[in-house]
Design a protein around this ligand. Structure first.
Ligand SMILES: Nc1ncnc2c1ncn2[C@@H]1O[C@H](COP(=O)(O)OP(=O)(O)OP(=O)(O)O)[C@@H](O)[C@H]1O
Ligand SMILES: [Mg+2]
Length: 338
């Protein structure tokens, strides 16, 4: 870590130049294979975004509807690269002190108390007020030094000697002021602590910001990030995801259930089922020992796929026809119903 800045620089221990990240990503195929090894099935588009972001040292702003695998992408990248995952969950009111650092107030208070008790000893030999003030000033600096600093996720991520994956989850839930505050960190991978100086990371973390589009992200943030939109998966990709996450489900039933979900997504619904719903449904079918799709069983379990009563109501009359199509697709050997 490089430390620049003011007089207190010396307080921070000088760290030896650090080793770079252990695993280096050399191409897109390696990313697809590596994430696959930890159970995350990725399209070429996603893998390419990671490759570019890593090589340009840019954060990735991952957007997409709920349950398409935004958070899991960061978790899986950390697992694959064997890097610490530092996660910051965003919410309204999140501020610098929760995200970056805080001063250890309790410790400062304790030390102040001790200092107060020892005040006489400390100031005893100071000849006059100016000298006494100068001595106290020295203690002030000490109270705002590394020893009293409580690092929060952003600072921790910058200081990981071998790199880290930093997940800034659901950034759209934070306030615009917080977004503005992130800019310095995301463009230069450094932060300035007035009392200490500037702290710059030598091995920048791989940064994922996720958004569900609760609010539009500002242009400045977008400019600093690589944008990645994760769409709902096509049938092929979704089949692979189900195979990776619910391996016990038999191949033909897997094709049929994925085909059914794909058909549901063609409907005009308030909330389309996402990957997480497909996976839940696959687990439910396993639990029920289903060996084929049947309209009755689908009616009874539709609440796993659809989260709004009005959607369930809208789909009910078409279940028999959709089941027939999904079964046909499964028998044909691929989950695409077209
Ligand atoms: N490509 C994938 N490969 C394997 N599993 C996946 C994939 N995409 C999603 N999943 C699984 O789907 C589930 C939902 O993923 P995740 O929590 O990452 O969604 P999300 O996009 O972050 O949703 P939200 O916006 O609600 O936070 C997880 O259990 C995850 O393991
Ligand atoms: Mg998420």
């Amino acid at each position: 870590m490089q430390v620049y800045g003011k007089s207190v620089t010396a307080v921070i221990e000088k760290r030896a130049m650090t080793e770079p990240r252990a695993k280096k990503i050399s191409n897109v195929d390696e990313i697809i294979a590596g994430l696959g090894d930890v159970g995350y099935i990725t399209s070429r588009q996603i893998a390419t975004a990671i490759f570019v972001a890593e090589n340009l040292t840019k954060p990735i702003l991952v957007e997409g509807s709920a349950g398409v695998g935004k958070t899991e992408l960061a978790l899986s990248t950390a697992a694959w690269l064997d890097l610490p995952l530092i996660r910051m969950q965003c919410y309204e009111g999140l501020d610098e002190s929760k995200a970056l650092y805080e001063w250890k107030y309790g410790k400062q208070l304790l030390y102040t108390q001790i200092l107060k008790d020892k005040m006489g000893d400390v100031l005893g030999d100071a000849p006059g007020l100016d000298a006494a003030m100068a001595k106290l000033q020295g203690f002030g600096d000490l109270f705002f030094s590394e020893d009293f600093l409580e690092p929060r996720p952003l600072l921790s991520a910058l200081r990981q000697e071998h790199g880290a994956v930093l997940l800034i989850d659901e950034i759209d839930k934070s306030d615009e002021e917080f977004e503005a505050f992130l800019l310095e960190i995301l463009s230069a991978f450094q932060v300035t602590i007035p009392e200490i100086g500037t702290i710059k990371s030598t091995v920048p973390p791989i940064v994922f910001l996720t958004s569900n589009n609760m609010r539009e992200m500002g242009d400045a943030l977008k400019r600093r990030c690589l944008h990645l939109y994760i769409p709902l998966p096509d049938a092929r990709l979704e089949e692979q995801i189900v195979a990776a996450r619910v391996p016990d489900i038999e191949a033909k039933l897997r094709r049929k259930l994925v085909a059914f979900v794909q058909l549901l997504r063609e409907q005009d619904l308030k909330k389309l089922p996402s990957i997480s719903e497909t996976l839940d449904w696959a687990r439910v079918l396993l639990l029920l020992h289903a060996d084929d799709l049947a309209p009755d069983m689908i009616r009874d379990t539709l609440n796993v796929l659809l989260k709004f009563e009005q959607d369930i109501h809208a789909v009910r009359p078409q279940i028999a026809e959709m089941t027939r199509k999904a079964r046909q697709a499964g028998e044909r050997g691929h989950a695409t119903t077209a």
